[in-house]
Write a protein of this length. Structure first.
Length: 334
């Protein structure tokens, strides 16, 4: 294979991808197929690790999340992509200040290593900030859920409790009613339905429980119910909760990329160009959940492909400009 390989040293790459999830691996494969030298830095902490399977991913429905990533890494290695197991903590531009200077960056790892890149793609995903209720974290991704399209089929027709942790709980309640006729909304001293919403809840035969939620009842490694502050236990087989979605943005912030509140008020994300994922900082791209808080795995993979293609095009444009400059100088020297 002909490849414009790592430049002068073993730690210098054309593209460094920070994050080895669906978005990062898809970008790495795209760039590897474009004959680019690529390094993926991966901390090995995928957001969906607690889940039993990935859903909504065509031809891979139900696959174990880590198996999907293993397959992706194998594909990427087949195109010459390198990997480092580690945590990228910061990055900085090393390009000169003069007009037309080539873009370049240093990426710093937690263990002190530094790698160089001409372009950076950040696909570090997000963190789910869970409600502070006993049992939620332990059951997260198992029988404590958040997305009906990710998990609705698996809990269809079961007794499902919707935890009122944010106003969005009413939206989740109506959605999960599609998967089960046995839905209970726990207001949790947070949600206050309007008259119109009370009418909708009644019309859909959705039970409503008032009072603060204290904890989850767990027995024999299974969720058995929701425990109220009064001590009352309401039997359920699954609990749905909204989370605060916070982009893992430390590297982006170190580069000066702004992190902003999502328009829906569900967390913080990075704003990018929708046609490829370019950030406000030249030479830096972002893809996957760090930019799209709501994106499922397939959407994240697609954004990685688009970002990989955009980065390659950006490099081609720079290389073409430099080639033209060299040709002009050569012509003048004759």
């Amino acid at each position: 294979m002909s490849r414009d390989t790592k430049t002068d040293t073993a730690d210098e790459y054309q593209v460094v991808v920070i994050g080895g999830g669906a978005a990062g691996l898809s970008a790495a494969v795209t760039l590897g197929r474009a004959l680019r030298s690529v390094l993926v830095i991966d901390a090995g902490e995928p957001r969906n690790a607690p889940a039993a399977g990935v859903h909504g991913f065509l031809s891979r429905d139900g696959i174990d999340p880590r198996e999907l990533l293993d397959m992706g890494r194998e594909e990427a290695r087949g195109y010459g992509v390198d990997f480092i197991a580690g945590v990228a903590v910061a990055a900085r531009s090393t390009a000169g200040a003069e007009e037309g200077a080539e873009l370049s960056f240093d990426v710093e790892l937690a263990d002190g290593r530094t790698v160089k890149a001409r372009r950076i793609l950040v696909t570090t995903g997000l963190t789910d900030v869970l409600p502070d209720i006993d049992g939620i974290r332990e059951r997260w991704g198992r029988d404590v859920l958040h997305c009906p399209y990710c998990h609705g089929w698996e809990v269809r027709n079961k007794a499902i409790g919707i935890l009122g942790s944010v106003p969005m709980a009413l939206h989740q309640t109506m959605l999960f009613r599609q998967w089960s006729p046995n839905i209970t909304l726990f207001l949790n001293d947070v949600v206050e339905p309007t008259d119109a919403e009370w009418e909708q809840l009644a019309a859909r035969s959705i039970s409503v429980v008032e009072g603060k939620v204290e904890s989850l009842a767990i027995q024999d490694d299974a969720l058995r119910g929701v425990v109220l502050a009064s001590g009352t236990v309401i039997p359920v087989e699954a609990v749905v909760t909204a989370t605060r979605l916070e982009a893992r943005s430390a590297v982006l912030e170190s580069l000066g990329v702004p992190v902003v509140e999502h328009p829906m008020g569900v967390g913080h994300h990075v704003e990018v160009n929708p046609m490829g994922g370019a950030t406000a900082v030249p030479g830096v791209w972002a893809a996957g959940n760090v930019a799209d808080l709501m994106g499922q795995v397939m959407a994240s993979a697609a954004s990685g492909v688009m970002a990989g293609a955009a980065i390659n095009a950006h490099l081609v444009a720079e290389e073409t400009r430099l080639a033209v400059d060299v040709a002009r100088l050569s012509s003048l020297a004759r």
